[in-house]
Design a protein around this ligand. Structure first.
Ligand code: ZN
Length: 240
């Protein structure tokens, strides 16, 4: 029997404290809603961490015992301390999986790993989002049909200023006619990165069963393999 995947769900946890609409949807925060959903799958040990905790809840000890880190941030990107970003980046390159959700596209950690501006178009006006499968059979889409409908969401539109992904596995269309590459995979160093678009704070997206399933599949896909940090670098002698 394989060990459970150790997941840490990080949320800046700011909107929920200041906005009654958001708090009504996520009374204990988006991180708690996501963590509870993941626990329901039975193969993950899930913790949470938030901005206001010491070191944002992301000490070296926590990251060392995290297989996959999930990141939700929006209004407080600038308050995330650079030394914590550097620490997360170090662990991600060494093999820790990273799942960046929604407005996390503009987080310091995602921009550091992408190396581009990571900007996009957006509109908050109750668009319907349809996510269409572009990579049938991909492990992150296990249990998903050929599309997923989210009745109301914020629109994100192209161009999304990221490097060409290793895989584009879902493309979204919106009521206003825009399209967006909404589920992307990257490898950086020994680590795997999954960007997944849905999850604006004022809509109940993280209660959506198929969204929860895609995040859970993403955790399994991004989890490190046992030897992922075994590389050595620098001068060395020949093999005997
Ligand atoms: Zn948003």
């Amino acid at each position: 029997m394989t060990a459970n995947i150790r997941v840490t769900v990080w949320n800046e946890f700011q909107h929920e404290k200041t906005n009654a609409t958001v708090r009504a949807i996520y009374p204990e925060g988006m991180h708690t809603a996501i963590a509870n959903a993941l626990r329901g799958f039975g193969d993950m040990d899930v913790r949470t961490a938030t901005l206001d905790e010491p070191e944002h809840g992301l000490t070296d000890e926590i990251l060392k015992t995290t297989d996959v880190l999930i990141w939700w941030g929006h209004k407080a990107h600038d308050l995330v301390r650079d030394e914590v970003v550097a620490r997360v980046k170090k662990h991600a390159l060494a093999g820790m999986g990273l799942i960046v959700l929604h407005s996390g596209h503009a987080s310091k950690i995602f921009k550091a790993l992408m190396g581009t501006g990571c900007s996009l178009k957006w509109r908050e006006s109750n668009d319907r989002e349809i996510l269409w499968v572009t990579s049938p059979g991909h492990p992150i889409l296990q249990g998903i049909d050929d599309h997923v409908i989210i009745p109301v969401e914020e629109m994100y539109g192209e161009h999304f200023d990221v490097p060409e992904p290793d895989e584009t596995i879902l493309i979204s269309s919106f009521s206003g006619g825009e399209v967006f590459r909404s589920a992307l995979t990257y490898r950086r160093g020994a680590g795997r990165i999954f960007y997944f678009r849905p999850g604006h704070e004022s809509y109940p997206t993280y209660h959506h069963k198929e969204v929860q399933r895609i995040i859970a599949n993403g955790v399994r896909w991004a989890a490190p393999v046992s030897n992922s940090a075994a590389q050595t670098y620098g001068n060395r002698g020949p093999l005997p």
